[in-house]
Design a protein around this ligand. Structure first.
Ligand code: 13P
Length: 384
């Protein structure tokens, strides 16, 4: 038995474990993070911008925009992995080149979102949270083994699955039931991924909707992550071949505002208390922000503040897996027009570089141009 098994049952062959570890190590390369490009609908609907929201959400536009992103010259200096939607994994660009080949040719690793979202009718008997529906269960386990195999064959080497939890201190949300369902589902998913050679991104996302303060978010994030790593242990997950995608610890969108130093301190403290050092990397989602906030700039500043304040004190790579916060200025620069392609690529590269600087704790506030808050509208929410 190879030493890497340690106390794990020998369910994963040694070569699969070695490959998982190698992929995870590449994903966690210094200064690098993920581009989350796995939105179910056109990314411009998630970007939360009035003009961008008018771009027709048709398959040709999704292919044009995404191939623009993936072929951005120099992107792999800052991005190790790109998370794809199932549509994109099997899609070609306008010239007939496979998206996966564009990603690999540009020096990045392709990943695949494998959850199938959730039904907002939710889990019967649970209370309605700030998203306006009961607590939800993410679906997609039934045929996951088969889909993971197909994704690997097509070139994916890592995967993503997101569960959603809502906060409401008055109602006691998230309920113990919702937490138990979330951590079990994510652990089942992670074990299936690893059996097919895919590094799982484990994403138990606590959404920021609601009027709670940051301390309630800290308390519940700590509770959820503690439960999550117990479940991963129970499911024999090889932690060296898995990564975590958590929410940052923040105040609710309608709660008392907390600033970057507080967000950074409480987020890192929560992670240090709950995430084993065997996990190679933690990649934050950016999440929804208030209408008066610049979501790209905030996400970069928060990450940079963490890596600055906790420099040398964190056992894992602490990085980004942003969707909205990497793409907003890029989308608004593009606006569906081919002639804007190069400028849009430059915007994406600039923000990716800013986040790379944030992984080193060295981002200078305001040094990366963004569209700011002009044109902000509600970001499309719900299943990703
Ligand atoms: P954001 O758009 O909030 O960064 O989320 C990325 C993601 O992949 C969520 O699952």
């Amino acid at each position: 038995m190879p030493l890497a098994h340690g106390g794990l049952p020998s369910i994963l062959p040694a070569d699969v474990m070695a490959e998982l570890k190698e992929t995870a190590t590449k994903l966690c390369a210094p200064g690098k993070g993920f581009l989350a490009a796995d939105e179910s609908a056109g990314p411009w609907l998630r970007a939360g911008h009035a003009e961008a929201a008018k771009i027709p959400d048709v398959i040709e536009n999704r292919a044009a925009y995404r191939s623009l992103c993936f072929s951005t010259p120099g992107l792999s200096e800052h991005i190790s992995g790109v998370i794809l939607h199932w549509e994109t994994l099997f899609q070609d660009d306008g010239l007939g080149k496979a998206m996966v080949d564009i990603i690999q040719g540009n020096g990045m690793i392709a990943g695949i979102k494998v959850d199938k979202g959730y039904n907002k009718k939710g889990m019967w008997g649970t209370l309605v949270g700030p998203l306006g529906h009961p607590e939800v269960a993410t679906v997609g386990l039934d045929d996951l083994q088969d889909r993971c195999k197909k994704a690997y064959e097509k070139g994916a080497r890592f995967a993503k699955w997101r569960n959603v939890l809502q906060l409401d201190p008055a109602k006691g949300l998230p309920s113990d039931l919702a937490i138990a369902d979330t951590v079990h589902t994510l652990a089942r998913y992670a074990s299936i991924c690893q059996s097919e050679g895919l590094v799982p991104i484990v994403e138990p996302e606590i959404v920021p909707n609601g009027n709670h303060d940051i301390f309630y978010c800290a308390q519940m994030t700590e509770k959820v992550l503690a439960a999550q790593f117990k479940a991963l242990a129970d499911h024999h997950i090889y932690l060296e071949g898995a990564v975590l995608k958590p929410n940052m610890v923040k105040n609710g969108l309608a709660g008392p505002k907390a600033y970057p130093e507080t967000i950074a301190t409480l987020t890192c403290q929560t992670l240090l208390r709950t995430v084993p050092p065997a996990v190679p990397g933690i990649f934050f989602l950016s999440g929804e922000t208030a209408l008066n906030e610049d979501n790209e700039e905030e996400a970069t500043i928060n990450l940079s503040t963490m890596n600055k304040l906790f420099s040398g004190k964190l056992p894992w790579h602490l990085s980004f897996s942003y969707g909205k916060a990497l793409q907003k200025t890029c989308v608004v620069t593009w606006l569906g027009k081919d002639e804007n392609k190069e400028a849009a690529q430059k915007a994406l590269l600039n923000r990716a570089k800013a986040n790379s600087q944030a992984v080193f704790g060295k981002y200078q506030k305001g040094s990366c141009a963004s569209v700011g808050t002009d044109g902000n509208v509600m970001q499309a929410a719900g299943p990703y």
